[in-house]
Write a protein that binds this ligand. Structure first.
Ligand code: UN1
Length: 497
C-alpha cells in the first residue's frame, strides 16, 4: 500500500510517534488509497518552528514575486486537472464533473492571487499637517494555521493558502483526514511552483490531535478553519483566549425559495443540483425548499420524479449523478435525521434509506431524500444534516418565505426563484445570508467574490475575492514628517474656531 508522509522542515517525514491512519474510498471501502501519518502536538510544534524560519525568508520576498509562485501553481493545477480530479473523487466520492470544478476553483483562485501580489493596496491620504505624508500599507502576520474540510479538498485549501501566502505568511496546513491525498498533491505543487520549503508545512491527522495542536500553538497567531459550527466554537474559544486572529466558515441551513411566478423548470434544475450535488455535503447545500402555495403540489411531484431518476454510484463512473457520503458516521447522521423527521410528523416523499443495488454494496450510499410538510422550527428544518436530505416547507407569500428563510441560526446562502424584479431586490436586501442568488441555486460561489455567511455560519470574515487579503495581513500606518519642525497633530492644526 502506498505510504504518505508529512512535510515538515523541508522533509517528507513520518509522525514522530510512528502512528498512521488509512485513507479509504467511500464508494468502495475495500479500496485503500494509502497510509498517512497520524500526527500530534510534537509534529505540529516542529512544523511551527520551521514555518517561523520560512516566514522570515518569505516576508522579505516582494509580493509580486510571491504572486508569481501562485501563478505557476495555477499552471501546474491546470496541467494536472484530470489526474487530481480522479484522485479526489476516489478519496471523497463526489462525481468527476464536480471534482473537475473543484480543481478549476483552485486554478481561478491561483490566478486571482497571482495578480493580487501586484496590488495589495494601501491608502495614501492627505495629512492635516503641512509637509507631512500619511499612508497605510499591509504587513504579513506570521505562521497561519490552516484547517480544511473534506468536501472541497482542493478549492478550500487554495482559498485559504494562496491569499495567506501572497500576503507573505507561512502556513501549517492540516487537511481533513478524509482527503489527505489531495492535500499532499497540493503541497507538492506549491513546492514545484517554487515556494521555499519551510514556508509550507503539511501535518496530517485528526482534528482532536493535530488540529487542536495547531489552534492552541502559541507560535501560530492566525487561524483559518472551515468545518462544523460545534468544532468552530472550540476553535473560537481557544483563539479568543489566546488573542489570535481567526476566520471561521461553518454550518448552513440554506433555503431555495420558489414563488408562484417562478420559471418552474429552472427552479427544478436548481434544487436538484443544490440539494443533491456533492451528496448534500456542502456548506452551501440546499437543505430547505420553501414553496409558495400555488405551485407547491405540482413542484413536489415533478421534483420527486426527477430526484428518483438520479443515478447513484462511483463518481469515477461515467453517468453517475450522486456519489456516496464521505464515511460511515456521515451515513449514520443522515439516518438519524430521517428518524427525527419521521418522529416530528414530516412526510417522507422520497428515499429515506441507504441505497442498495449493483455497484453500491461496498460504499456509503444514501438515497436522495425528500420530506414534505416540514414544520418551521422543527429540528429537521433547523439543523444542518450535511447529506442528501431536502425539507420542503409550504408558505403563503414571499414575506412568509423570507421569514422562514431567516428563522434559523445559520446564514450562509439563499436562493429565490421569481420573475418579479421587486421581489428579487427585496430578497437581496432582506434575507439574512452572506450570499443570495436570484434564479440560481444556493451553490456556485465564484472565486473572485467574497464568500461567507452571517450569524452562526461565520465570525464576520470572508474568504475569496479581495476581502480575504485583509484577513491575512495587518494594516500598518506610516507618517513621514519632512517639515523639519515639531508639528503636533490635533494641536497645531486647528487654532481657531
Ligand atoms: C462549501 O460548501 O464548503 O459555492 C464551499 C459553492 C462552492 C463552494 C462551496 N463554490 O458551492
Amino acid at each position: 500500500m502506498p505510504v504518505f508522509r508529512n512535510f515538515i522542515a523541508g522533509q517528507w517525514v513520518d509522525a514522530i510517534d510512528g502512528q498512521t491512519f488509512d485513507n479509504v474510498n467511500p464508494a468502495d471501502t475495500t479500496d485503500i488509497i494509502g497510509r498517512f501519518p497520524l500526527s500530534g502536538a510534537q509534529d505540529v510544534d516542529r512544523a511551527v518552528q520551521s514555518a517561523q524560519r520560512g516566514f522570515d525568508v518569505w516576508r522579505a520576498t516582494p509580493a509580486p514575486l510571491r504572486g508569481d509562485v501562485m501563478r505557476r501553481a495555477g499552471d501546474l493545477l491546470a496541467a494536472r486537472k484530470e489526474e487530481i480530479a480522479n484522485l479526489m473523487t476516489r478519496e471523497m466520492g463526489k462525481p468527476l464533473a464536480e471534482t473537475r470544478g473543484d480543481v478549476q476553483e483552485g486554478i481561478d483562485t491561483a490566478y486571482y492571487a497571482a495578480t493580487e501580489g501586484r496590488r495589495l493596496f494601501g491608502h495614501t491620504v492627505p495629512s492635516e499637517l503641512r509637509s507631512k505624508w500619511a499612508m497605510s500599507f499591509r504587513r504579513p502576520i506570521g505562521v497561519a494555521g490552516i484547517i480544511t474540510p473534506f468536501n472541497f479538498p482542493l478549492a478550500i485549501p487554495t482559498w485559504k493558502m494562496f491569499p495567506a501566502l501572497v500576503c507573505g505568511n507561512a502556513c501549517v496546513f492540516k487537511p481533513a483526514e478524509d482527503v489527505p491525498h489531495t492535500g499532499t498533491v497540493f503541497v507538492e505543487i506549491l513546492l514545484e511552483a517554487g515556494l521555499p520549503p519551510e514556508v509550507i508545512q503539511l501535518v496530517h491527522g485528526r482534528g482532536e490531535m493535530a488540529g487542536a495542536a495547531i489552534v492552541s500553538h502559541p507560535g501560530i497567531p492566525i487561524v483559518s478553519f472551515t468545518g462544523s459550527t460545534e468544532t468552530g466554537s472550540f476553535v473560537g474559544e481557544t483563539c479568543g483566549r489566546m488573542h489570535k486572529r481567526l476566520s471561521l466558515e461553518m454550518g448552513g441551513k440554506n433555503a431555495q425559495v420558489v414563488l408562484d411566478d417562478a420559471d418552474l423548470e429552472l427552479a427544478l434544475d436548481g434544487v436538484l443540483w443544490g440539494a443533491f450535488g456533492t451528496t448534500g455535503q456542502r456548506c452551501t447545500a440546499t437543505s430547505r425548499l420553501i414553496l409558495q402555495d400555488g405551485i407547491h403540489d405540482e413542484f413536489v411531484a415533478r421534483l420527486s420524479d426527477r430526484a428518483r431518476a438520479l443515478r447513484l454510484g462511483d463518481g469515477r463512473r461515467e453517468g453517475t449523478d450522486v456519489g456516496p457520503l464521505v464515511h460511515e458516521s456521515a451515513l449514520k447522521k443522515v439516518e438519524a435525521y430521517v428518524e427525527i423527521g419521521r418522529s416530528e410528523g414530516a412526510t417522507l416523499a422520497l428515499g429515506g434509506t441507504r441505497a442498495t443495488g449493483a455497484g453500491l454494496e461496498r460504499g456509503h450510499f444514501f438515497q436522495p431524500t425528500i420530506f414534505t410538510g416540514v414544520r418551521p422550527g422543527s429540528r429537521l428544518e433547523q439543523e444542518e444534516i450535511f447529506g442528501p436530505v431536502l425539507s420542503v416547507i409550504r408558505v403563503g407569500s414571499a414575506d412568509e418565505a423570507f421569514r422562514v428563510n431567516n428563522d434559523v441560526r445559520y446564514g450562509l446562502s439563499s436562493s429565490v426563484y421569481t420573475r418579479s424584479v421587486q421581489v428579487a431586490f427585496r430578497a437581496l436586501q432582506d434575507l439574512d445570508n452572506g450570499i443570495t442568488y436570484i434564479n440560481a441555486p444556493t451553490i456556485g460561489a465564484e472565486a473572485h467574490l467574497p464568500f461567507g455567511g452571517v450569524k452562526q455560519t461565520g465570525n464576520g470574515h470572508r474568504e475569496g475575492g479581495w476581502e480575504v487579503y485583509e484577513f491575512y495581513s495587518e494594516t500598518k500606518v506610516g507618517y513621514v514628517d519632512y517639515s523639519g519642525v515639531l508639528q503636533r497633530a490635533q494641536l497645531d492644526t486647528y487654532t481657531t474656531g
